[in-house]
Ligand binder design. Sequence first.
Ligand code: ATP
Ligand code: MG
Length: 250
Amino acid sequence: MADPVLVLEGVKKSFGSVSALENMSLAAYPGEMHAIVGDNGAGKSTAIKIITGVHSADEGELRLLGEALPHRRSPAHLGDHGIAVVYQDLALVECLDIATNLSLGRLPTRFGILDRKRMRREAGAVLADLKVRVTDVDTPVGLLSGGQRQIIAIARAVRLDKPLVLLDEPTAALGVQETAHVGEIIEELKPTGKAVVCVSHDLDFVFRHADRITVLRLGTTVGTRLVAQTTRSEIVGMITGAVAADGAAE
Ligand SMILES: Nc1ncnc2c1ncn2[C@@H]1O[C@H](COP(=O)(O)OP(=O)(O)OP(=O)(O)O)[C@@H](O)[C@H]1O
Ligand SMILES: [Mg+2]
């Protein structure tokens, strides 16, 4: 079996007196989608932000491509660490157009000046690749619907071409067709050997596209299951507490 792209072991994080993560562990493998599921407040978004360095873990280990990640990192360095991310609270810049948003973090320059032509061309190509229909890459993102924005944010993460792609509730704002589209994008990412870690409440989506599922309850990893070897009712039981936690986190 291939080495994991990302490993979390015994990660703990408190915000003052609130314990957001008690003991989170998971291993995400290349070519797979690894879903993180759990009730509201279980600590899923906190886990994503610890992986990217927005928050620093109080305890525990993080490894990316076999290398230990320091707890304190600047999120600005996340690209250097091989991570692309779409946060639950979308981080698109509303007043900027689609092309610029897609290029943020990797703005093309020519003789030290922003290469707007190349930016538009590349944005158009990325969107065409992902079969995203937008009338004009010069449209400000603030004028798009929630679903369109979500797809643009996902497109930007995919474009960064990093070994680890983190998606926090990528389908929450999407309709049926758009959700299916995000599923297609994930299925196209998998054969490229990337690891996709995806937080989702949508168990239909999870069972359709995930290879492994890690369940978080009250900040603790209840267990990890191969999708091929579990059922919805087992996962729901793990989320609600009807199914006991595994003796040791996997
Ligand atoms: N910056 C913060 N400051 C203080 N408390 C926080 C902060 N971020 C998260 N928390 C708390 O940590 C806990 C876990 O929150 P988190 O956002 O990780 O949950 P979640 O599993 O992503 O929930 P949801 O499904 O609603 O998105 C919650 O009790 C939340 O209130
Ligand atoms: Mg969340």
